[in-house]
Design a protein around this ligand. Structure first.
Ligand code: C2E
Ligand code: CA
Ligand code: CA
Ligand code: CA
Length: 275
């Protein structure tokens, strides 16, 4: 048995070796991708439920020509530190996209960006983001930041300082994957959050699960009581749209409403009147 960390003993077995090899193959290819800048962003619209207007988009990372999603390659990018350079490129890319949509005649559509715990813990993250926005000639509300509970709980004092700096400058903050981490709710009241996103793992089973419905209901109530905007993720059907609207969510995102699309496709879709 190989000792891994303190209380985590891993037993070597063939399937482990296969997994490790696959991981290393991804790692090698990812290194080339980072060097060659082989990524692009897709943008998924987020709708206000009452008006059905698009209120923002979420930037989602895609690896060019690789048939592998961010759920699989981002953990590798995180464990190797490559996420830092990917993240820097990504913020710049989102800022440029925002400018080019404006030039194409779109009204301002804030772009919500996922920030990894690895990037979030870096000293000067907020300052760099704000500096980059200024360089690109954008207002702070052009970019919103999605952080997970896990990133916040890692170092709550650091998180609070970073979030206050961003909020003070006018960058909106969204708590992502709400309910999936282990954390006390006490921190919620202390942090300058604007929105709370309920993870799709709670939304998707809701039509068939009264437990899921109860949990969603409680999370929406908590978000609303704290004065936050509540966003539902994973709205895949008309039934789920009715459900999240009935629960009192303010905004929704999901394949039923609109899929993630390229920057050019989003522009066309938007200008075509979409709804
Ligand atoms: P997330 O932040 O929870 O992003 C939402 C995911 O749900 C996206 O998957 C999106 O395509 C998917 N989705 C949207 N609508 C629906 C729906 O109706 N049904 C279902 N089943 N799924 C839906 P994607 O793009 O594969 O991203 C997966 C995860 O990878 C993201 O989860 C996020 O944690 C991470 N990720 C993606 N882009 C970035 C990035 O730029 N930076 C970082 N750090 N993480 C990212
Ligand atoms: Ca997200
Ligand atoms: Ca996530
Ligand atoms: Ca999620």
């Amino acid at each position: 048995a190989k000792q891994n960390g303190r209380n985590n003993v891993q037993f070597f077995c063939p399937s482990h070796a296969v997994v490790a090899q696959a991981q290393m193959a991804i790692e090698r290819k990812l290194k080339d991708a980072v060097r060659g800048n082989a990524f692009h962003l897709h943008y998924q619209p987020i709708f206000e439920l009452g008006s059905r207007r698009v209120v923002s988009v979420e930037a989602l990372l895609r690896w060019n020509a690789a048939d592998i999603g961010p759920d699989r390659f981002i953990p590798v990018a995180e464990s190797t530190g490559m996420i830092n350079s990917i993240g820097k490129w990504l913020l710049r890319e989102a800022a440029r996209q925002s400018r080019s949509w404006r030039e194409a005649g779109l009204p301002p559509v804030p772009i919500s960006v996922n920030v990894s715990v690895i990037e979030f813990r870096e000293q000067g993250f907020a300052r760099r983001l704000l500096g980059m926005l200024a360089e690109e000639g954008l207002k702070p509300d052009a970019i919103q930041v999605e952080v997970t509970e896990t990133a916040i709980m890692e170092n709550i004092d650091h998180a609070a300082a970073v979030l206050f700096e961003l909020k003070q400058a006018g960058v909106k903050i969204l708590l992502d994957d709400f309910g999936t981490g282990y954390s006390s709710l006490a921190y919620l009241v202390k942090l300058p959050l604007n929105k709370l996103k309920i993870d799709k793992t709670f939304i998707l089973p809701s039509p068939h699960s009264s437990a899921s419905q109860a949990v969603t209901n409680a999370m929406v109530a908590l978000g609303r009581a704290l004065g936050l905007e509540v966003v539902a993720e994973g709205v895949e059907s008309e039934g789920l749209l009715d459900f999240v609207q009935g629960q009192g969510c303010h905004q929704a995102q999901g394949f039923h409403l609109a899929p993630p699309m390229s920057g050019a496709a989003f522009c066309e879709w938007y200008l075509d009147g979409h709804a």
